[in-house]
Design a protein around this ligand. Structure first.
Ligand code: SF4
Ligand code: SF4
Length: 368
């Protein structure tokens, strides 16, 4: 775990943006767009969501303005790091017909641009670790993901304002970060505790006008972290993996299917979901085609299509597939849970379905 031994005053925060920009990074950070916090390009600290809080609950996400001078007094928005690394839609290869009518296959390279992301949460880092394990840690490497991952610089910020939907404290993925970042901040009223978690982060830190952090500042940051964990009320049931696999015929699957719209929002906002489909996009004149990868969801018809049939034809089977994979068979497959407790699927579900509630009902911890 990095020691945040240094203090960066709020009025010097711009220097961090400038140092990363001079080092060739495109800076992405939290911005308010269409009523939500999203990661977008920025060059000035004043463009960050100063004093903005988020209020999240099942099926609801709202921003509120306060008179706080904090930049990171919110929990999360609909995007984690996933869309920056694992693109929602991208070309994998092209094929072109030459003058003799032969097909030539053209390799596509990632648009990998050095990118520094500000405001990364511990659950976002945990989500990225899960995706790393799927996409670049085994025999089959995803070159497009790897190319972007290698030039990513993360400025993580410990959570001080978790939302009502967060449960990272119970999954062990937050609210403070302990690995996987380049720089780690804890935001205080007057500025930031700051520490480096990588050689690249150390080089950036050396260029900042920092002081030694005081005991009082360390105390305040520690209290914030404790509070951020204590206010979280949601949690998954004990032994959730076994609970779900032992209850594949539980009546709750049918009940939740009566509410679920099979819209796939939960899988789109989830930082760990990786399902995708590959599609052809041929030119009308037949001279070239592009082969694309697009995010898919276990809630679509096509996802469970095998020759001649859709094997999960109804919402009951699709929701059960999602929850049992995320919380149980993912562990068998990858050695870790597919859920990092970010709560996005709860807030962004249009009908407010809450996976912690569903799992606890199935476990018998809450009345059906
Ligand atoms: S399942 Fe829900 S709470 Fe868990 S990581 Fe995915 S979006 Fe976050
Ligand atoms: S659980 Fe909610 S977000 Fe997920 S598919 Fe069903 S209605 Fe959509």
């Amino acid at each position: 775990m990095t020691t945040q031994a240094h203090f960066l005053a709020r009025e010097d925060f711009q220097t961090l943006i400038d140092v990363l920009t001079e080092a060739g990074y495109r800076c992405l950070g939290p911005r308010v767009r269409d009523g939500a916090i999203v990661m977008e390009a920025f060059t000035q600290a004043a463009q960050l969501p100063v004093g903005v809080h988020d209020r999240q609950s099942p099926g609801s996400y709202r921003l509120e303005q306060s008179d706080s001078s904090r930049y990171f007094a919110w929990a999360n928005g609909p995007q984690a790091l996933k869309p920056l690394l694992f693109s929602p839609r991208e070309i994998l290869w092209r094929a072109e017909r030459d003058a003799a009518g032969r097909l030539n296959f053209v390799e596509v390279h990632a648009d990998a641009q050095k990118t520094a992301v500000f405001g990364v949460r511990s659950c976002d880092l945990a989500g990225m670790r899960v995706q790393d394990k799927i996409l670049i840690h085994d025999e089959y490497q995803d070159d497009l993901y790897r190319a972007r991952r290698e030039v990513l610089f993360t400025v993580a910020v410990n959570c001080s304002h978790p939302s009502e939907t967060c449960f990272c404290a119970s999954t062990g993925d937050g609210p403070t970060a302990d690995e996987g970042y380049d720089l780690l901040l804890s935001e205080l009223e007057e500025g930031f505790l700051i520490g480096a978690g990588s050689v690249t982060g150390e080089a950036v830190l050396e260029r900042l006008p920092v002081d030694r952090a005081s005991d009082r500042q360390h105390f305040v940051a520690a209290q914030q972290a404790i509070h951020a964990a204590q206010v979280q009320t949601r949690k998954l049931p004990a032994k959730v993996e076994q609970v779900l696999l032992d209850n594949l015929e539980h009546g709750r699957w049918q009940e939740v299917a009566g509410r679920c719209l099979s819209c796939g929002n939960c899988t789109m906002v989830c930082p760990t979901c990786f399902c995708h489909q590959e599609v052809e996009q041929p030119q009308l004149d037949g001279q070239a085609t592009e082969h694309l990868r697009e995010w898919d969801s276990c809630f679509t018809d096509g996802h469970s299509y095998i020759h001649g049939m859709v094997i999960r034809e109804d919402t009951e089977k699709r929701y059960r597939q999602w929850l049992t994979h995320k919380l149980a068979t993912w562990v068998q497959q990858f050695g870790n849970s597919g859920c990092v407790g970010c709560g996005r699927c709860i807030a962004w579900c249009p009908v407010g379905i809450d996976l912690t509630e569903e799992a606890n009902v199935i476990a018998g911890n809450v009345d059906d």
